[in-house]
Design a binder for this molecule. Structure first.
Ligand SMILES: Nc1ncnc2c1ncn2[C@@H]1O[C@H](COP(=O)(O)OP(=O)(O)OP(=O)(O)O)[C@@H](O)[C@H]1O
Length: 229
């Protein structure tokens, strides 16, 4: 599904990302962890062609993301609030995306219905601009927007941050139980949540992959040892 080869990102003398080879298979829930500045967001930004790599390539279904466009209809992402249109209300924002993605009004309604519990009555029909939402509610808008149109791949940067505990649990269920045909890429500092939902976790240190964990029991142990938690 996703293949990364010889990927490097350099700012002046500093090499902030150096990933030799990484393949992410279809329907995998892939977790990315690492200390502050390890390169997680940089990797996601390169994967979305928001930042150009200094060397190497990211391929989605064989297409280099920096060269083609077809991958864009297969990938949904929410990295931060800059990806939202903050002068719109959530309803206006979802309606705008519906038109861009060519979905019917019914498709949109069915999509939003899946998130009724997650929204907890705080998001839709409130006539509140996205810029005025709380951090957690803003995150919910971004996550739901990223999943719109059922993309094959959903990339989420720190999805649990700022969510209340019941919303965190709801999100975990949405990922694990309700989206079996989606490949998730999730970066997180929350080791408990990420080890619970991901079947593979890659640990970045100073831009390099230092661990690629695929066994649940080992994952928790190795990460706790590494982070001293
Ligand atoms: N535009 C830039 N110019 C110079 N250095 C940058 C730039 N963008 C990112 N970096 C550097 O790249 C490194 C990796 O940053 P990145 O944001 O990818 O880390 P991260 O793992 O997402 O960290 P965090 O957990 O704190 O969010 C950092 O040292 C950061 O300062």
């Amino acid at each position: 599904m996703i293949s990364i080869q010889g990927l490097k990102k350099q700012y002046k003398e500093a090499i902030v990302l150096d990933v030799e080879s990484l393949d992410i298979s279809k329907n995998q829930c892939f977790g990315l962890v690492g200390n502050n500045g390890a390169g997680k967001t940089t990797l996601f930004r390169i994967m979305l062609d928001l930042v150009r790599a200094s060397a190497g390539a990211v391929m989605v279904d064989g297409e280099d993301v920096s060269k083609g466009e077809a991958w864009k209809s297969k990938v949904g992402a929410f990295l931060d609030e800059h990806m939202l249109l903050s002068y719109l209300t959530p309803d206006e924002y979802f309606e705008t995306l519906r038109k861009i993605y060519g979905l019917s009004k019914e498709d949109l309604m069915l999509h939003l219905d899946k998130f009724t519990e997650f929204f907890n009555g705080e998001i839709l029909g409130k006539k509140k601009y996205i810029r005025d939402l709380s951090k957690g509610n803003l995150k919910k808008v971004g996550i739901v927007a990223a999943m719109m149109g059922n993309p094959d791949v959903v990339m989420l940067d720190e999805p649990f941050e700022n969510l209340d505990p019941s919303s965190q649990n709801r999100l975990k269920k949405l990922v694990v139980q309700e989206s079996p045909n989606t490949t998730f890429l999730i970066s997180s500092h929350d080791l408990v949540h990420v080890t619970e939902i991901c079947d593979r976790i890659v640990l970045l240190e100073k831009g390099k992959v230092i661990k690629d964990l695929q066994e649940k029991e080992l994952m928790v142990e190795e990460l706790n040892t590494y982070f001293g938690t």
